[in-house]
Design a protein around this ligand. Structure first.
Ligand SMILES: C[S@@+](CC[C@H](N)C(=O)[O-])C[C@H]1O[C@@H](n2cnc3c(N)ncnc32)[C@H](O)[C@@H]1O
Length: 261
């Protein structure tokens, strides 16, 4: 019941618009990096201190920033979408929800590759509107829904798969467990969590992007990239069991699959 109050299902009349220009203040992230020394000393992220609010509060409070962030996610993660969509048997699931799915670009690829799946995006309100518009433009509106809410409070219940990509790395362990627990409590009895992230392992080439991404997560968010053991520990704390880690051919992402413990 509580969740129904917190998750707003968007009506089809609400519209957003994507802009073609990056609307963020580029100095906002740089201001945090200027405090790298303190980050290394304290382990605390610098974005909030440097800009007066956390990164996602900063983005979510402004339409242009939300549009810019959505475009950025499409730009850096979009090329991975088709590989992820074809590299995992999403057809196992009747209904899949993409938690923190941005404008719905990865969900769109999954739905295109698996016509039997119905989908949803759960996002912050301004981004949810952008997702609704994007999915409509992709001709997929009849196969998906969009929900606006805060995944730290709760997520839309009743889906078979809770896909969450490049999102837990934005958060420290406490908050990550909170999000995972909310997904666990929302999923059907035989449901699955599909955490899609870079999984750190020894032997990655020196030019692999995870090193820089790990630093950026530390400086801006207090998050990090994680090993298989660290993902297993998060799942365990959230009442989930790690079933398997699937590598995705041709992608630097893996899918950490978990079920209710
Ligand atoms: C790094 S982006 C990843 C986007 C997408 N999953 C991808 O891989 O391209 C993290 C996403 O989480 C969303 N997000 C952040 N805090 C949130 C919250 N409290 N509730 C719901 N979504 C949130 C952001 O709006 C953003 O789209």
């Amino acid at each position: 019941m509580l969740l129904q109050h917190r998750c707003v299902r968007l009506s089809s009349q609400r519209r957003g618009s994507l802009v073609t220009r990056n609307g963020t203040d580029p100095d906002a992230v740089v201001r945090g990096w200027q405090d790298l020394e303190r980050v290394l000393e304290t382990g605390k992220p610098a974005f909030a201190e440097a800009n007066g609010q956390t990164f996602f509060a900063y983005v979510a409070s402004d339409q242009k920033r939300s549009e810019a962030m959505a475009r950025y996610m499409k730009g850096i993660n979009g090329p991975e979408g088709p590989r992820i969509a074809s590299g995992f048997p999403f057809g196992r699931f009747g209904r899949l929800i993409d938690i923190g799915g941005g404008p719905g670009h990865i969900l769109a690829d999954i739905l295109r590759a698996h016509p039997e799946v119905e989908g949803a995006v759960f996002e912050l309100p301004r981004t949810a509107v952008l997702a609704q518009q994007f999915l409509r433009e992709q001709g997929l509106a009849h196969r998906c829904e969009v929900f606006a809410g805060d995944f730290l409070e709760g997520v839309t219940p009743g889906y078979d798969a809770y896909f969450i990509k490049s999102t837990l790395h934005d958060w420290d362990d406490e908050r990550s467990v909170q999000v995972l627990r909310n997904c666990r409590n929302a999923m059907v009895a035989q449901g699955r969590i599909l955490v899609t992230e870079i999984v750190l392992e020894p032997g990655k080439p020196i030019n692999h992007p995870h090193r820089f991404i790990d630093m950026e997560m530390m400086v801006s968010f207090g998050g990090k990239e994680r090993t298989a053991e660290e993902f297993g520990a998060l799942l365990h704390r959230a009442g989930l069991r790690l079933e398997r880690i699937h590598s995705i051919e041709g992608s630097f992402f893996s899918i950490v699959e978990g079920s209710k413990a």
